[in-house]
Design a protein. Structure first.
Lengths: 218, 147
């Protein structure tokens, strides 16, 4: 932080002297204790001196403030009586009641009008919402029906398939026959694939049979 | 209804004994309320490694495959029963999976790389990353000014 110096020496201030030239400036050190530090030990029992104002000044200030207070009070009272509804019309209670009832009637009418408008809007909105919900429900029923139908069809197909397969099931009655057939017909899933896509089944069908080696020296 | 596959490795035996062993295995399934869908004989051949069970070492076995339906809770007891059968070397139960539809693409795969579709796609992808080169549009095959 900086402070302008030398300006107080000449009472006539000019723009040049106010320029932010560093020769005109003096650094101000921010030497303040942080708020959260306690009172220093040496200052704990120090009692600050009360500011003393002269008796005359005090009296004068008191007088001025009294004046001010009185004036404000009277002004406030004046406006209160001028504008308060109780004092506006006549003080006749019958008259006041009539005024009040008239006002209430007017308010009721406005309220009823608003209510009627809102009722139309509300009913329209409710009708629309109901329509939307009904449409949603109808669609859901449709989807659900389709799903159920599909499921039923799937199950039926599955049952049909299993029924057809069940003719070939092996049970305790025909197990002997099945074992006999299996023992006589070994299965081999191994096959080799030629580049042209042909499958050569079996394990021991070597095309190039191992020829007997005949030594040349004989 | 889950279809299971039971793979049985039986010790090498004459035919009548094989029949009784297979029947014993099948009856264990029937007892649990199961049905057999298929029985296959996969032949008698060498095992991938020698196996010792029930106090004997086996190097050859007869391979059999049962396809069956049975309650899943009975599988453990079935396997346990088979493990105590002296004629059975190995047994295992698998879930049978439906064969997924498969399209053969071997013809495309054995083409030379330049003709393969995936390679062509890779090349076009790499071409996109090439930095644009400035062309002089002068019609000359050399740069006419001093560089």
């Amino acid at each position: 932080m900086f402070r302008l110096t030398n300006n107080l020496k000449n009472l006539t201030l000019s723009i040049e002297e106010l320029s932010a030239n560093y020769t005109n400036l003096q650094t101000v050190r921010w030497q303040r204790k942080p708020r959260w530090l306690p009172v220093a030990k040496s200052k704990v029992f120090r009692i600050p001196k009360k500011p003393e104002t002269p008796q005359e000044d005090n009296l004068e200030l008191q007088r001025l403030f009294n004046n001010y207070r009185t004036q404000i009070k009277s002004l406030r009272r004046h406006f209160f009586y001028k504008h308060h509804i109780q004092f506006l019309a006549s003080e006749d209670p019958e008259q006041q009641r009539i005024i009040f009832e008239k006002d209430l009637d007017r308010c009721n009418k406005i309220n009823d009008k608003w209510n009627a408008e809102q009722k139309v809007l509300r009913e329209k909105r409710a009708q629309e919402n109901l329509e939307v919900e009904l449409e949603f429900a109808r669609k859901r029923i449709e989807v659900e029906n389709i799903k159920r139908e599909e499921h039923k069809q799937k199950t039926e197909e599955y049952v049909k398939k299993v029924k057809e397969e069940s003719k070939e099931f092996i049970t305790a009655e025909n197990i002997d026959k099945a074992i006999e057939i299996a023992l006589n017909n070994p299965v081999d899933y191994n096959y080799a694939l030629t580049p042209s896509g042909e499958k050569i089944f079996g394990r021991e069908n070597n095309e190039f049979e191992v020829k007997e080696k005949i030594s040349v020296k004989q | 209804m889950i279809t299971y596959e039971l793979c049985l490795l039986l010790r090498v035996m004459p035919k009548p004994e094989l029949t009784t062993t297979l029947k014993r295995a099948a009856e264990a399934i029937f007892e649990k309320g199961g049905i057999i869908r298929k029985l296959e004989n996969l032949g008698t051949r060498d095992m991938p490694y020698k196996t010792s069970v029930h106090g004997a070492v086996h190097k050859k076995a007869s391979y059999f495959l049962y396809e069956f339906n049975a309650p899943p809770s009975s599988l453990e007891t079935l396997l346990d029963a088979y493990s105590r059968d002296v004629d059975i070397i190995r047994r295992q139960i698998y879930k049978k999976k439906a064969i997924e539809p498969f399209e053969c693409t071997l013809n495309d795969e054995i083409l030379p790389p330049a003709y393969r579709k995936d390679v062509q796609e890779l090349i076009s992808e790499a071409r996109k990353l090439e930095k644009p080169k400035f062309s002089y549009n002068s019609g000359l095959d050399y740069y006419p000014f001093q560089k």
